[in-house]
Design a protein. Structure first.
Length: 356
């Protein structure tokens, strides 16, 4: 039995050891006659990979998805109810873990996908590395990708289907890739304008019909710019009074999170100001040098500690109050060079007290 899951169940495809199952029976929601029609092209638009946003909807076709009740986050309006209306290009697509789903009105020839045995044996992963059914570009440069064919679903299921799931290799550990491949080599910069085009002679249905020439694309979308999204501890809310520091352990780094994998050394220690202060409202204090490293558990975060504790096991001096701000003009880059300008102290100040 093939078991597949994507979106809210993570990007995986697997086959149980006792063999593979065939495509599902044709559902009344599908349209097996004629060529395979592209009903919708969707892109991931939430970090939880549940929500998907249409960047293309086929006009005049009643088989395209409209209000879809099956979304785990609640009913989702994918395409307008008015069949004469399309959709605007998707903007601000998540720059980390993004993918594209091309939805068809019928089952495809499954030969488009290879099932490759995973390390350890007994399970298989889907791969489009051989067939390469689409061309994916960002800022005019070809993007290395893979994915799989998902024969399940219709225009009211979630995920929508049948579909081709397409994802850059940076986020898709394709089973055809050699073990140890550095996925950062396939990174795409945040803020990129991307296009997907279907190759004219690769995708066919079970009768050998090809995708109509008018539906080959390109289908465009734009990745969100890189930005700082959160920190631990959280930044101070100066609108609340009194402004009190939170207490952290002396061994705990301050963590700043971004919406894309960060480039090592793109946040320099000299761009971070650490002050030992009397209280969170102080703008002057005793400066401490910073050490900035990529978080070992989260490639989208930097860890910040001070550099003069005298104890390698401690990130901070005990029983002190500190503020952390970024210098004016400080920048961070994602692994592909997409930049983010960091907020100034007036907009983002972290204040905390260390334990004993």
């Amino acid at each position: 039995m093939i078991c597949r899951s994507q979106g809210y169940l993570a990007a995986t495809a697997c086959v149980l050891a006792f063999g593979a199952c065939s495509d599902p029976e044709q559902s009344s929601g599908l349209r097996p006659d004629g060529p395979p029609e592209v009903l919708s092209v969707l892109v991931a638009n939430a970090a939880d990979q549940i929500a998907e946003e249409a960047t293309f909807c086929k006009t005049g076709d009643s088989k395209r998805p409209g209000l879809v009740p099956a979304n785990p986050n609640g009913p989702s309006q994918v395409c307008p109810d008015n069949l004469s209306q399309g959709v605007d290009e998707a903007k601000d697509v998540i720059p980390s873990g993004w993918y594209v789903r091309v939805m068809f009105d019928e089952l495809l020839n499954p030969d488009i996908e290879d099932l490759i045995e995973l390390p350890g044996g007994g399970l298989f992963g889907g791969s489009l590395m051989r067939s390469q059914p689409v061309t994916l570009t960002c800022n005019g440069v070809n993007v290395n990708y893979s994915g799989y064919y998902d024969p399940s679903g219709n225009n009211i299921s979630w995920a929508l289907g049948p579909s081709l799931f397409i994802q850059p290799l940076m986020f898709f550990p394709d089973p055809a890739l050699p073990v140890g491949t550095d996925l950062e080599d396939f990174s795409v910069a945040s803020g990129s304008n991307c296009q997907l085009s279907i190759k004219p002679d690769v995708i066919v249905d079970k009768d050998g019909n090809k995708v109509p020439a008018a539906q080959l694309g390109p289908f465009s979308f734009t990745l969100a710019d890189m930005e700082l999204t959160a920190s631990t501890p959280a930044p101070v809310d100066f609108k609340k009074t009194p402004v009190m520091p939170v207490t952290i352990k002396t061994t705990a780094p301050v963590v700043v999170n971004f919406n894309a994998p960060v480039k090592k050394d793109s946040l320099l220690p000299g761009e971070v100001t650490i002050l030992e202060v009397a209280d969170c409202l102080a703008t002057t204090g005793t400066p401490h040098p910073a050490v900035v490293t990529v978080d070992k558990d989260d490639p989208q975060a930097f860890d910040i500690v001070e550099d003069d504790t005298g104890d390698p096991k401690k990130a901070w001096l005990p029983s002190k109050t500190f503020t952390i701000t970024f210098n004016a003009g400080a920048n961070v880059e994602d692994v592909a060079g997409g930049p983010a300008t960091l907020p100034v102290a007036e907009d983002f100040t972290i204040c905390f007290k260390t334990g004993t």
